[in-house]
Design a protein around this ligand. Sequence first.
Ligand SMILES: *[C@@H]1O[C@H](CO)[C@@H](O)[C@H](O)[C@H]1NC(C)=O
Ligand SMILES: *[C@@H]1O[C@H](CO)[C@@H](O)[C@H](O)[C@H]1NC(C)=O
Ligand SMILES: *[C@@H]1O[C@H](CO)[C@@H](O)[C@H](O)[C@H]1NC(C)=O
Ligand SMILES: *[C@@H]1O[C@H](CO)[C@@H](O)[C@H](O)[C@H]1NC(C)=O
Length: 523
Amino acid sequence: MFPTPMTGAHKRSPAMLLSLFLMIGLTSLYYFHSSISQHHKSGRILAELHELVAEFPSSDVKITDFATMASRAAVLAKVAELYVKNHALSRDLLRESVVRVFPWWNKQKLAYIPWEHDPAMDKIRTNETGIVVCVGDGNVKEALFLITNLRNVLGSQLPIEIAYAGDKDLSPHTRTFIYATGKNIHFLDLTKVFDNTLLGLSGWAIKPFALIASRFPRTILVDADVVFFSSPETAWDDYPGPAGPGVLLFHDRAVTMDNPRNKRQNFVAEQLSQLGRQPSTHLSHSSLFYWGFVGEEADSGVVFFDKSRPQLYITALFAAWMNIEDIRSEVTWDIFLGDKETYWLAAELLGVPYAFEPWQAGRLAEYLSEPLAKEFNTERLCSPHMVHATADGKDPFWANWGIWQRKDDTTLGFANWTHWYLGARIDKAIGALNSSHDAFVEPTSSGNETLELRRAEHKERVLATQPSWHWRDWEKDSAGCPQPDESRWKPLSSEIADVLHAIVEEAHTINYAWERMKRELNH
Ligand SMILES: *[C@@H]1O[C@H](CO)[C@@H](O)[C@H](O)[C@H]1NC(C)=O
Ligand SMILES: *[C@@H]1O[C@H](CO)[C@@H](O)[C@H](O)[C@H]1NC(C)=O
Ligand SMILES: *[C@@H]1O[C@H](CO)[C@@H](O)[C@H](O)[C@H]1NC(C)=O
Ligand SMILES: *[C@@H]1O[C@H](CO)[C@@H](O)[C@H](O)[C@H]1NC(C)=O
């Protein structure tokens, strides 16, 4: 049903490459775990893997052919894993192989690469965690609010690295101001790490590169306009993700988009079938996106990513590849919106496990008392911000779009949320369809009218378990922002309300200091 892949006849098919490397990989693992006398054999196997990489023709991957790129990256990931297990091996061949697949990767310029550090010998601890934020002069206020929240409200001592693309992106004056905002703040100029003539980095595209260039083995990639309600580091342990697969991602709003929806889902299915692989358990059991019920999967506002695992490090390189200028403009950003879907897509195509929060993004709202309720003609104003829950689903964990009531109209002042709404677990909602006696329609089946009708019913029932989003929900004519299950609205706990109050206080203070500094600079 999906268009046939466009692999040239002269190339090895990705599926063949994959099975080949799997075979070699398993054998080599066996040898690694056996006695020292086998070392020459494992050396030979590695040599064979490297030969395989050296055979990759350097310029024939079509930009649209993510599957071939995935199969190459998968071989690299396997090789990298073998090296991390054996610190005696020289890294030269591995570095050459990585450059062969990702020519912009430059060992000299990168602060952390998992196989360059022997945890037994090295000062860099493989579990060191830090926050990386991409900041430019355009979103510096958001970044200041984020930093003062983390340091002064939540008391997080995690080191923070500010990534930017040269002085034109984030001026030295601004950097000085940010630096003085809190302890343990570092700066990372990505134009000094990567050759930007190869990559054309700008906007969202710089995020996966910041992830790769960051000094932290365990990186939390955070958008400047994220509002945390509790300290981010606890999620490494609370959520099953980072402790298990090492990647934790958050969902986007449960919204459908008519046209791109099928294009997106079909693209993923096509690449998987070209690789000869079934979709992961995540896609088949807990993805409203893959079922074609919503048009968006991830919101990359916060991404937990453990780079100390070599497979994940290569996954990050693959995600970054998808955001290189020609690839993003022809494929990635044409099909998806920005960098946001590339983190899980890279892991999915490499067959590396990853985890998502179990719900689609939740909502925040402000309940109005008189006379505001009369003025707005509603008791409830929904906010345009998405909110994501703590692992137990009991409290908001973080929201996007900044602490302003409306980032696009800051004259409205700061947010004053009072309630929030979280849907049901996605896996439960999909599972419920499966246990009903209706025909159960698998995500990728289509073309049969009866099944399509079933599918539409399923879609309606599943979407009713998640918050709904309407255009202009939060405006005066919003009719109160109705939700499919009104009983799911909950008041913010008094702890969260206190945190919110403190965040706003800090925002007022730093906003004032920033405006004063700018005035002084202009005189
Ligand atoms: C990191 O590892 C060190 C040494 O193994 C250990 O003492 C420390 O508790 C770990 N920290 C975290 C946050 O896991
Ligand atoms: C549907 O149910 C079958 C049989 O219980 C199970 O094997 C399968 O994993 C379920 N699929 C989903 C998407 O829940
Ligand atoms: C926020 O809402 C609460 C409860 O309705 C109200 O008491 C308070 O004055 C509001 N604060 C602002 C800044 O609007
Ligand atoms: C469509 O699917 C239904 C349910 O599985 C089946 O009964 C019917 O024969 C199919 N129709 C066609 C035209 O394949």
